[in-house]
Design a protein around this ligand. Structure first.
Ligand code: NAP
Length: 216
């Protein structure tokens, strides 16, 4: 089974993905700017099954087989750029959304290359970037018995990498993988997160994406 590192893994998003990956049997390494903080956060997570969650530096997490980027959008490029060497040749999963709060709404920001996945791909020319996990509320992810039953929309230009991430997602409790297509969809998929969070703010909910009409 592959090991999965999560850059910025101490945040709600990284913890939510981490506990469900570990519950699928993966050995997960939460990365942080502060290895001690990551170890403390990881020790509080109790995945079900055979997988594990440990914590260390972002550099340590970058040495895993597959690496998820779960930092805030405005530090994602700097974080991955500093880890060029260990990230080279790997599948990098971006769950990063560039958003800004305006009153009761979140609005999408558009980075120069159209999406954060494209920014990260540009910063890591020797890695293969796949987008996933953008629309999932971390609160529902981290609580394993939340009843989560969500679709995870996956995109990327490399078909083999997309399939590999889809296999990982399918193994995670409460999640179904739906491959949408190529990196050209990244901007729309990331921006839709602003819609999801704005709905949740307005309706005081933790709703998530579930597509009708697909046969899983
Ligand atoms: N929260 C959600 O429900 C959710 C769902 C889907 C996708 N996402 C996306 O996932 C990403 C993380 O979300 P989050 O809510 O977990 O964010 P967050 O708590 O603000 O940040 C995650 C982690 O990133 C690290 N970090 C913070 N500032 C940094 C900086 N300047 N440089 C490097 N690392 C920094 C911190 O870890 P250390 O201090 O330990 O280094 C922090 O715990 C975002 O891009 C978000 O759009 C979030």
């Amino acid at each position: 089974m592959s090991t999965v590192g999560i850059l910025g893994g101490t945040g709600p998003a990284g913890q939510g993905v981490g506990i469900r990956l570990a519950s699928a049997g993966y050995d997960v390494v939460l990365g942080s700017r502060d290895a001690e903080r990551a170890a403390t956060v990881a020790a509080k997570l109790s995945p079900r099954g055979t997988g594990t969650v440990t914590g260390t530096s972002n550099e340590g997490a970058a040495h895993c087989d597959v690496v998820v980027v779960a930092t805030p959008w405005d530090s994602a490029v700097a974080t991955v750029s500093a880890l060029q060497e260990p990230l080279s040749g790997k599948i990098i999963v971006s769950m990063v959304n560039a958003l800004a709060r305006e009153g009761r709404e979140l609005v999408p920001l558009y980075p120069p290359r159209g999406s954060m996945a494209a920014q990260i791909a540009h910063a890591l020319p020797h890695a293969t970037v796949v987008g996933a996990f953008h629309h999932l509320p971390a609160s529902e992810m981290v609580t394993l018995d939340s009843g989560l039953d969500a679709d995870v929309i996956i995109f990327g230009d490399d078909a083999v990498a997309r399939e590999s991430v889809a296999t990982m997602v399918e193994a995670m409790p409460g999640l179904h993988a739906v491959i949408a297509g190529t990196m050209s969809l990244a901007s729309a998929i990331e921006a839709f997160t602003a819609v999801c969070i704005s709905i949740n703010i307005r309706h005081k909910a933790h709703s998530y994406v579930k597509l009708a009409g697909l046969s899983h």
